[in-house]
Write a protein that binds this ligand. Sequence first.
Ligand code: FES
Length: 363
Amino acid sequence: MSDEEGWGRRRAILRDAAEMDGVRLDTYADRWPVPGTRAERRARNRTLAWFGLAVLGALCFVAVYLFWPWRYVPPLGHDATGYHLYTPLLGATFGLALLGLSFGIGTYAHKFLPKEHAIQERHDEPSSQADQDATAAILHDARDSAGLTRRSWMARALGAGAGAVGLGAGIGAVGSFVKDPWDQPSSPQSLWHTAWASPTGEAVYLRRVTGKPDEVQLVRPEELAPGAVMVCVPFRESERDDPDKLHDALRRADSPVNLVRLVPGTPVTPRSGQESFNWQDFYAYSRICTHLGCPVGMDLAEEDRLMCPCHSSQFDLHAGARPIFGPAVRPLPQLPITVDETGNFRARGDFTEPIGPSFWELG
Ligand code: FES
């Protein structure tokens, strides 16, 4: 039996079965009974154009993901524009790929699947053998009517579009395992370091955040009452006349610490290896919550606790800022501090663990 005869026979079975099953086929016709017409070619080109757009979008997504500058640059810093375009470009290119794929499939369905209008009565009985044969005929007919076997260009275009979008999605899913941010511990931009690091050995002081970007107020112990907390960022004397650097210190997400003065005599169980990170009753903890990175502040209801306003994690100041309530599972990293001969607080080094959300540790 030729393909044409087989197809015609399936159509006949389809109509008979439809009638047996109480289905009335009002319309069931090929959209292009005469293949190769100019109109069909136009429809084909339009479908191919959408799939081409999907491939282009997916390839641009991969190129942006791999080659666009992605390292963090503070807002308004030099060369910040490129970094700040990174995420929007990823979204735009992948969105373009999905748009092309979905419009390609939609255009194909609209322009090439048979016109069908059928009405069927519902019934509750199990299907008979004849019904099952009819279902098989319908499925085979749908496959052939869709033209995927006759129109190989459609199968290739759909494969290219879906494959390119899948490639983009796959790269997005596994790319972070390939581009390991922990791989460059010597880079000052690496997640291993914060703005408290001092590669040149210059003293890094605690600068009070006053709300005035150009103002420099260093912090002396007598300025903090017992039980008080002060937000501080790093400062170097070499930055005093450099507004850009003064502003950057305020903008950097890894910089702010809460300088806490406990009531004298408060018992504290420090974390192992951090027994000397405090100076007398003064402790400096990262202000960035270890749950999802919100700014942590003093808990006004409970003394000796820092609290995150986002999801209510609480950190115990009696126990090295270990979490005792809420979703955070990691203590706030502690900055080692001292008071030098000038009488001002300064850092004795960088944090010894990553600041911010715990998932960085999984990198
Ligand atoms: S971000 Fe702090 S508790 Fe969620």
